[in-house]
Design a protein around this ligand. Structure first.
Ligand SMILES: [Zn+2]
Length: 75
């Protein structure tokens, strides 16, 4: 199952994606180990909805080739 990938500009939040549940802004959060393993095959980033009433958490597939420093594996 692939979540939708809205191609939205980076606006108020620190994520260019919006919550698939409520459409609100999301914050990027550290991935779990399983998410890192998934990212070997399909790069994903983990997000949490900033809407307190929603609290959606999940992975969103991203284009490969990210140079985000948080994507570096732990030393
Ligand atoms: Zn939400």
């Amino acid at each position: 199952m692939t979540p939708p990938l809205p191609d939205l500009p980076d606006t108020l939040g620190n994520s260019r994606y919006n919550c698939p549940e409520c459409g609100g802004p999301m914050s990027r959060i550290p991935r779990r180990m399983i998410d890192r393993l998934i990212s070997i095959v399909r790069p994903v980033q983990r997000y949490r909805c900033r809407n307190f009433a929603c609290q959606w958490v999940g992975n969103i597939a991203v284009a490969s080739g990210s140079n985000d420093p948080t994507d570096r594996p732990p030393l």
